[in-house]
Design a binder for this molecule. Structure first.
Ligand SMILES: O=c1ccn([C@H]2C[C@H](O)[C@@H](COP(=O)(O)OP(=O)(O)OP(=O)(O)O)O2)c(=O)[nH]1
Length: 145
């Protein structure tokens, strides 16, 4: 299995470096500085990294499952999308955080995780009057049991 190389820049000398990972694992990301949030406050938490993603890929950033329990924050965009073009020298990744309680996130706390994904193929929309397929029904149409 081949290994992809990703050029990464760190904005903070103290930040724990990302490890080489086993195929398929998500990669944890860390707060690059200590951030204090009051209940109901919103802040962008810097993740202290910028990357040049492999051509044709984008990055997906989501919270760790323990993030809310540990820090009382949720990610306001649910999932962060890192565009392939977001690769400038100052294109630092960030985590948009909303606090549901007073909290402190310490430098190097692992608050989220990411993976790279192949970008969608080019798509062209073709407008039609009818789709001519059977209706599946939605919003609970298959029941709960
Ligand atoms: O959680 C996130 C979401 C985005 N980004 C960075 C990478 C992304 O490429 C850039 C722009 O994000 P997006 O396209 O989602 O933002 P937008 O609100 O559409 O702004 P823009 O007009 O800059 O595209 O911000 C992050 O670091 N973390």
């Amino acid at each position: 299995m081949s290994t992809e190389q990703i050029r990464i820049k760190y904005f903070n000398d103290n930040l724990v470096r990302a490890d080489k990972i086993v195929q398929g694992d998500w990669i944890d990301l860390r707060a690059a500085e200590t951030v204090e949030l009051k209940k109901d406050e919103f802040k962008l938490i810097p993740l202290g990294i910028a990357m040049e993603l492999p051509e044709g890929y984008e990055g997906h950033v989501v919270p760790r499952s323990s993030t809310f329990k540990n820090f009382g924050i949720i990610q306001t965009n649910s999932m962060g999308i890192i565009d392939e073009s977001y690769k400038g020298d100052n294109d630092q990744w960030f985590f948009p955080a909303y606090a549901l309680r007073d909290t402190v996130i310490e430098e190097n706390d692992r608050i989220c995780q990411f993976r790279i994904m192949k970008k969608m193929p080019a798509i062209e929309f073709v407008e039609v009057e009818k789709l001519e397929n059977e209706n599946r029904g939605g919003h609970g149409s298959t029941g709960t049991k």
